[in-house]
Design a protein around this ligand. Structure first.
Ligand code: PDD
Length: 286
């Protein structure tokens, strides 16, 4: 039985309970993080904790824990979990209070942390890629905050599942924003392109790593708005996230992307990412 953390206590998942008036349950009034852990080494933990702070600031909720306290807490969850590779999920809500949209006078935030097994993309997925669709990005204008109010993302991602696809790529005002659960890159004529960070997308931790690796590998790359027409004419499309790492998108709305197979730039970036991960496992980067 997996051990989770809830409001100061470590207990089995099955015994963790929150009051029904928790504002996370009533309003989706909370934020979260998903941190990949390889061989019990959290990947880019400080970056995830910085983004958590950004999300908390964005919803005007004081961080209940200092960074060192988060590190200790996450360290214990990771140490006690049964898997070497894990996804650590943490959530902070504005806590239980009588139902009223306005903030309660006294806030008792709910803090929840759990680990699950991390299933990194299989060899078939890496060599074969995935299918994706596009949809209009109908989310709010604070997509840079990792909030638990995920209904729009849930509905958009389900469109992909209904179509037998892995992801929904989101288009807002004629430009690519991101995926329903991932960031999106494309390659044209050997140049790696990514949309710039803004309020319209989540600043992905994997996105940052991929751009750093592009620079380190000497791959031509640019961060700039990507028009829908450019996306549809891409040689390669990739999605990135903490759980999917880097995965090639090989069909978009039923049309082949480039050759219809994961491309040469993807293969190079995928290899660079795996090498980077292994350096993390040896404790050479945080
Ligand atoms: N989601 N964009 C959205 C909307 C996401 O939900 C995610 C990740 C990303 C990628 O961010 P990162 O590289 O930091 O994981 C981009 C996580 C994995 C989730 O909600 O489960």
């Amino acid at each position: 039985m997996a051990t989770v953390y809830l409001n100061g206590a470590f207990l089995p998942l099955e015994e963790a309970r929150i009051p029904v008036l928790d504002r996370g349950f009533i309003f989706g009034d909370g934020v979260y993080e998903v941190i990949p852990v390889y061989d019990r080494q959290p990947f880019r933990l400080r970056h995830h904790l910085d983004r958590l702070q950004h999300s908390l600031d964005g919803i005007r909720l004081a961080n209940p824990l200092a960074p060192a306290e988060w590190e200790t807490l996450i360290g214990r969850i990771v140490a006690e979990a049964e898997w070497l590779d894990q996804g650590v999920y943490l959530q902070v809500t504005r806590g239980p209070a009588p139902r009223d949209h306005a903030f309660p006078k006294t806030v008792r935030p709910t803090v929840f942390v759990m680990a699950t097994a991390l299933k990194t993309p299989s060899a078939e997925l890496v060599s074969g890629g995935v299918a994706a669709i596009t949809a209009a990005d109908n989310r709010w204008l604070n997509c840079d905050l990792k909030t638990t109010s995920l209904l729009a993302n849930v509905l958009l991602r389900q469109l992909a599942v209904d179509a037998g696809c892995a992801e929904t790529l989101l288009i807002r005002d004629g430009f690519l924003s991101e995926g329903a659960t991932s960031n999106i890159f494309m390659v044209k004529d050997g140049v790696v392109l990514a949309p710039p960070k803004s309020n319209l997308m989540l600043p992905g931790i994997t996105y940052d790593v991929v751009l750093e690796l592009a620079a380190a590998e000497g791959l031509p790359h640019a961060v700039r708005p990507i028009a829908e027409a450019e996306l549809r004419a891409a040689d390669e499309v990739w999605l990135t996230s903490s759980t999917k790492e880097i995965t090639a998108v090989v069909t978009l709305d039923g049309q082949a992307v480039g050759s219809g197979r994961p491309g040469p730039v993807f293969k190079r970036m995928h290899a660079a990412y795996q090498a980077f991960k292994h350096r993390i496992m040896r404790g050479q980067d945080g």
